[in-house]
Design a protein around this ligand. Structure first.
Ligand code: GLA
Length: 381
């Protein structure tokens, strides 16, 4: 009995003094959900957010793991006389919106900036960090994206870590588990210190656009960042553009395949009330999602790049390896040697887009990759 009390006491003490403790229970796998920015930008309304929550609850995305429904920039109104932030008329009552999202069995996310203004010029959290964290917790917020934006006007970049830690500590004091998403475009090699300031994920680059060149520049540009990702703390190559109309289906398959191999957060960024069956099927590929959400939490790495062909691999918890083949130009045959994956002898291969076992291979596995497309397989002994 005495021993149990002592152990409990020390666990409590550890909880109280460890700065990243409160958030350590969240984001054990890369966060999944939806965010308003890529499609709705500053036009977002409460109806759009409710529509996204309704769609996710009905179209299979919730079962597939898409849980966070996140409002990005442009929800803010003015502060009241005591400094409490209020939403603008497009969003209305944030507590009611959070309650609605929660009523669907989903989680609710919000956005702010450490600067006086957000990137779109709305009210930021500068000098209101503690108060805003308390407000978010009272509304029932489960996720905060904290976007640097105008913070450069009030802080030298050398203070960036302290600035991010300040909001983390304020969130922690609310006692509510809140996923903390750092957005400062990869400045100051954020992956090296993101976890220390309590970040559960951090953007590694500037903003994604709904174009193949933008998506692949960011996605393939993640090579080398794999040592910095793991359960509770992830590199964030930005949100998904699948379904926004600027890319072909093969290009969106590349987007999904690459993000899953990267153990990237999967935040859909399209209008889910109008998603086509083809785009929805890409978002709902459970075998690809299982690669992203694998509990081992290893970010995939580039095995080879030869001309337009790239081969990436991600080791999984059950000893299998997910392998992605990409062609950044024409349609080409690609191959991976079984030895390069750490196997000897014959291995089994399953195609995760065709959803079928494609046989047993010895020595080398070859795949024909469409132009701007991808093939994703799982290989095991
Ligand atoms: C920055 C971020 C984007 C988005 C906008 C909103 O550009 O990187 O993801 O949040 O701000 O203004």
């Amino acid at each position: 009995m005495h021993i149990r009390i002592t152990a409990g006491f020390f666990a409590l003490l550890l909880f109280a003094v460890s700065p990243t403790r409160a958030q350590s229970s969240v984001a054990q796998t890369p966060p999944m959900g939806w965010n308003s920015w890529n499609h709705f930008a500053c036009k977002v309304t409460a109806a759009d957010v409710r529509g996204a929550a309704d769609a996710i609850a009905k179209n299979g995305m919730k079962e597939a793991g898409y849980l966070y429904v996140n409002v990005d920039d442009c929800w803010q109104g003015t502060r009241d006389e005591e400094g409490h932030i209020r939403p603008n008329e497009n969003l209305g009552d944030m507590k009611a919106l959070a309650d609605y999202v929660h009523s669907k069995g989903l989680k609710f996310g919000i956005y702010s900036s450490p600067g006086p203004r957000t990137c779109a010029g709305f009210e930021g959290s500068y000098q209101h960090e503690e108060q805003d964290a308390q407000t978010y917790a009272a509304w029932g917020v489960d996720y905060l994206k904290y976007d640097w934006c105008s913070a450069s006007e009030v802080y030298p970049v050398s203070q960036i870590r302290d600035v991010y830690k300040k909001m983390h500590d304020a969130l922690q004091r609310t006692g509510r588990p809140i996923v903390y998403s750092l957005c400062q475009y990869g400045w100051e090699l954020v992956w090296r210190w993101g976890p220390e300031v309590g970040g559960n994920l951090w953007r590694t680059t500037g903003d994604i656009e709904d174009r193949y060149e933008s998506m692949t520049k960011i996605g393939f540009g993640q090579a080398g960042l794999e040592p910095f990702a793991g359960p509770g703390h992830w590199n964030d190559p930005d949100m998904l553009e699948i379904g926004n109309g600027g890319m072909s289906s093969d290009e969106y398959i590349t987007h999904m395949t690459l993000w899953c191999l990267l153990a990237a957060p999967l935040l859909a960024g399209n209008d889910l009330t109008r998603v086509t069956p083809v785009d929805l099927a890409i978002l709902l590929n459970k075998e690809a999602i299982a690669v992203d959400q694998d509990p081992k939490g290893v970010q995939g790495h580039r095995l080879s790049a030869e001309g337009p062909l790239e081969v990436w691999a991600k080791p999984l918890a059950d000893g299998s390896v997910a392998v992605g083949f990409f062609s950044r130009a024409g349609s080409y045959p690609a191959k991976v040697s079984v030895k390069d994956l750490g196997f000897t002898g014959a291995v089994h291969v399953r195609d995760l887009w065709l959803h079928k076992d494609v046989g047993t291979f010895d020595g080398e596995y070859r795949a024909q990759v469409p132009r701007h497309g991808a093939v994703l397989v799982r290989i095991w002994k």
